[in-house]
Design a binder for this molecule. Sequence first.
Ligand code: ADP
Ligand code: MG
Length: 917
Amino acid sequence: MHAAPNPDPEALSREQLEAEVRLLRTQSASLAQMFEQAPGFIALLSGPDHRYTLTNAAYQRAIDHRAVTGRTVAEALPDAAAQGYVDLLDEVFRSGRPHRATGARFDVQAEPGGSVKERYLDFVYQPITDARGQVSGIFVEGHDVTERMLAEVALRENEARYRTLFESIEVGFCIVEMKFEGDRAIDYRIVEANPAFVQQTGADVAGKWVSEFAPDLERHWFDTYGRVALTGEPAHFEHYADVFGRWFDVRALRTGDPSAHRVAIFFSDITERRMMETRAEAGERELRLITDALPVLISFIGADHVYRFANKAYEDWFSVPAEEIVGRDVRDILGAEGYAARKSFLDRALAGEAVTFELDWPRRDGQPRVAEIRYLPRRSTDGRVDGFHVFVQDVTARKRTEAELARQVAARTAERDQVWQASSDLLCVANFDGYFVSLNPAWPRTLGWSEAEMKARPFLDFVHPDDIASTRAAANGLARGEAQLTFENRYRHKDGSDVWLSWNAVPRDGLIYASVRDVTEVKRQAEALAKTEDALRQSQKMEAVGQLTGGLAHDFNNLLAGISGSLELMQTRMTQGRMGDLDRYMTVAQGAAKRAAALTHRLLAFSRRQTLDPKPTNVNRLVKDMEELVRRTVGPAIHLEVVGLAGLWPALIDPGQLENALLNLCINARDAMPDGGRITIETANKWIDEAGARQHDMPPGQYLSVCVTDTGTGMAPELIEKVFEPFFTTKPTGEGTGLGLSMVYGFARQSGGQVRIYSEVGQGTTICLYLPRHYGEADEDDITRRLAEVGRAGQGETVLIVDDEPSVRMLVTEVLEDLGYTAIEAADSVAGLRVLQSDVRIDLLVTDVGLPGGMNGRQMAEAGREWRPSLKVLFITGYAENAVLGNGYLRPGMQVLTKPFVLETLASRIKDLIAET
Ligand code: ADP
Ligand code: MG
């Protein structure tokens, strides 16, 4: 130490002593200073009760500056005593052994109930012994290590936390050691790896070279880590690792000694995120594609009035590219005016309301345009409106259509109203309680009751008692939802008369809507029509009869001529006393009378038939029976041929009608052959198959046909279309009625058959009647059967007599022979002309006008005159043939004798003509 060894203190000099003291003082001052300023705390305790004798500043800080000097520890620091420190001091004092503590905890509580400060202390209790070796006090020395302790605790906690984190985080972590070949990283080894890394790589790869467990790993990884290891520049990238089939977010940084080529690597598997991003990107791309393709404005405007999204249509509406719209303010894009027009809607949208409104928004070229604008607010997750979607649609066309529709509706409503008001039909609405709800003005006009009167009572009150049941049934039908069409009943007129109503009623919405027609007049007319139809049928018959009589007059005249002539001759012979000839004349007269009777009979039978009366009919026989009548009707200029199929099926028809039809067809044929020709009536059985049925417009099945063919003028197709129309005729007024074919048609259709015309202009016509086959036997018609069998039976100066009626020829011959002439007979024009063209002497030609053989009497006479220019001719005619002779204008040497005539007249005319020069 500083004091010099001195065996005898008394022996010290004063100077020495003073110096010693000074030294001591200096020493003790510096000691005190050291003591005071020592960073550790120091206290000196004396006596067994540990009374403070000395404390330094650090100690006082440690005990929170409590006054301790002169007091025992137990008195001064009850908190320390309570924590066992006094016991500890007692132990040190008693044992004389020091006590050391590290990081001992001392909770300082300066005042009872005051705040507690946690302190950690390193200290030593060092017993102090006196000269006798007795413990006299304790030296306390130590350091407050609270700061360090707390830091350590924090560190420890931190480390534990870090460890846990390291172990549990999903981020993979590893430290790798790179292997180079020159500058090129060729492999690396996992030096350390956390569980996440192990898990992500799927194997415990610690200590292994990558080439071992992932031989195909892409170069990218080697290059990147190699660069980090060589340059020390950290890397951060996202990359797809093919070998793992996953995306990673990777951070790599060099660690440790650069020459060690170590790289710390943090991996996170971001596959999910990347996939979501990819999906989101695709979704967004798609959305963009879709929105861009739409002819609708679509955008999003943020709460700050800034466009966040705008589709391509914006370019068109604003002539600003969509990209340039995004990021700009609404006011900026819309302009002040446009903004003002939308301001209130914008505010409402931002307040969370979905708004729709329309605006006039002219096109860029100035054309008017109406836009429908929708703002749909969008809310962020916290519920705030963070903006709104905008959808704008051009509704100009729709508006126009709507306006047009509205106009139409208005017009139609007006029309309906007009119809309602003005309709002559009775229109009404009624309810199912049986009352009228509304009636148009036609009702009071028709029934005499006012609207109010009609509404006041159930509608059944107005119905004729006989019609109430059917009306009720119809109402029930309506109640079931069935429309009642053409239902008829009678309503009582206010004047008591009955009005026939025809109803068209439909139920709708619990009401009955009806359009009703007053058919009283129609009913009356229908009755009248039924009568008219009868009359018409009658008139058709009359036409046929008219036609008949024209043709028949000739025959009757002939027959009458035969009868009266015979009688005259008989009279002459009787006066002459030549009784032997009487028989011959008698026979001739009787034959003619018989044939006349038969014709009359037939005529009567024909004209008497009235109504359609179908019965099974043998058509062949009917035709056969008609043959004579037809032949006489069409006249001698037309050759008639009847071809009846053997085994013809019977038909279920009204035979009278068929006769009428046949006669009409033959009369038409005759009219079509003014210069004569041929008529063929032919019957046949016909199978009409599907195709034929379609073609002929009749059901398929078995039919028999009756066809009348002529060699006449024929008909053009456009004529054929019209001929069945009633009253269609091409014949001069008075000659044609236009009813013949319409009657034929009506008959065929009524009988379930059909009529077909086959004709060509100039080639003639065939008209066929198809009549359904009757399965059964034909009735026998005794009247027609009993038609008389009409048999066929005539010098210097010679007379040629041409007539198809033998009785006429006979009579004329008789007269001629009586007069002393030679008579030559011919039955038709061909035979007559042959005689005329021969060199036989002919002084006179007596001929009928109507002749068979293709020429009439006049034509034959003209032809004869070519051979015999001075040929004298006497025509014998019925009135019907007057026209043929040219209305009386006859060439010289020709005369006419009209039937009937008396034989004397005939004789004198013949004599006069022959005598004439
Ligand atoms: P109508 O004989 O009184 O004229 P129809 O109904 O019998 O009335 O005939 C109508 C028309 O059909 C005739 O006017 C005629 O033009 C034409 N017609 C009818 N039958 C024949 C036929 N066989 N040949 C040529 N034309 C015919
Ligand atoms: Mg006719």
